[in-house]
Design a protein around this ligand. Structure first.
Ligand code: HEC
Ligand code: HEC
Length: 239
């Protein structure tokens, strides 16, 4: 019995020892991570290179948005940035965000409270400011100059608030106050929970191509109807 106890105590002690280095591990160093993964394009001090823009005043909001949505680090500087699984663990993202924030005077991570947002105000702000690029149903669309405004169905509340104040890629920065940000976030959360509007959608590829498919199907049906009617009228028309 005592021998068994000794074995158990020994095993527990071993496990504790083995996990000691993990407990004592240093938190990730933002500067080291930045030098390793970002400086080749943005420069060590964030002042930019030919491969990436200056990000000294991008702020914690932009860094947090770019890293949490997996946009950074970019593999090829000419690629359009897109949403991907994040390349870093949560504590590494925090360390990098702190480091980018320390480089200059950009916006901090905004607070967001969807429940406090006004739905009607959100709808109006979306129609006036976002629908032109992201589409009336937020399914995405062309944003001009070869850029594609993505569907907004994968974006969480904080992603939306950060995108609005940092304007990633071809998207402009919007000077919304907290009330307006919460309203847009509430509205987008609301439509994310709805079934596609306007009946069956055709793969959600956007109003113009979907309209074209509707038009083509309609024309075909009309043509067939004409042919059918014509073929029935013909025998009577002949004397
Ligand atoms: C001029 C066109 C344009 C307008 C106007 C615009 N956006 Fe964007 N938006 C974009 C583009 C392009 C991207 C992709 C940027 C990138 O990946 O670098 C984007 C990205 C986003 C994202 C990130 C989506 C994701 O899944 O990661 C969100 C959220 C967003 N926009 C919300 C909005 C909201 C809310 C508005 C209105 C207040 C708005 N956008 C207005 C073009 C636009
Ligand atoms: C291969 C080059 C490359 C690497 C590596 C890279 N970036 Fe970028 N980064 C870019 C380019 C190019 C853009 C502009 C993209 C756009 O606007 O569509 C950008 C944009 C950004 C922005 C947005 C700037 C703004 O004003 O909104 C931030 C923040 C950022 N990068 C942070 C990082 C961080 C942090 C890392 C490292 C984890 C990183 N980047 C790695 C090329 C790179």
């Amino acid at each position: 019995m005592r021998a068994a106890l000794r074995v158990v105590v020994g095993a527990v002690a071993l496990v504790c020892l083995a996990s000691l280095p993990a407990v004592a591990q240093e938190p990730p160093d933002g500067r080291d991570l930045f030098v390793e993964s970002c400086a080749s394009c943005h420069g060590i001090d964030g002042s930019g290179t030919e491969f990436g823009p200056p990000i000294q005043d991008a702020g914690e909001a932009a860094a947090d948005f770019q890293l949490r949505t997996g946009r950074m680090p970019l593999a090829d500087p000419t690629d359009q940035t897109t949403r991907k699984p994040p390349a870093f663990a949560v504590d590494e993202v925090e360390a990098l965000v702190d480091y980018v924030g320390s480089l200059g005077s950009g916006p901090p991570i905004p607070s967001v409270d969807p429940a406090a947002g006004d739905l009607q105000m959100g709808l109006q702000l979306f129609v006036d400011n976002c629908a032109a690029c992201h589409g009336a149903t937020a399914n995405g669309g062309a944003a001009g100059v070869g850029a594609l405004a993505p569907s907004l169905y994968a974006a969480g509340p904080l992603d939306i608030a950060e995108a609005v104040i940092t304007g990633p890629g071809e998207m402009p920065v919007f000077g919304f106050d907290e009330e307006e940000r919460n309203a847009v976030v509430r509205y987008l959360g609301y439509i994310q929970d709805q079934d596609p509007p306007g009946g069956a959608d055709i793969g959600g590829i956007g109003p113009v191509p979907e309209g074209f498919i509707g038009w083509a199907v309609g024309m075909l049906a009309l043509g067939l109807a004409c042919y059918f009617i014509g073929s029935r009228v013909k025998p009577e028309a002949k004397p």
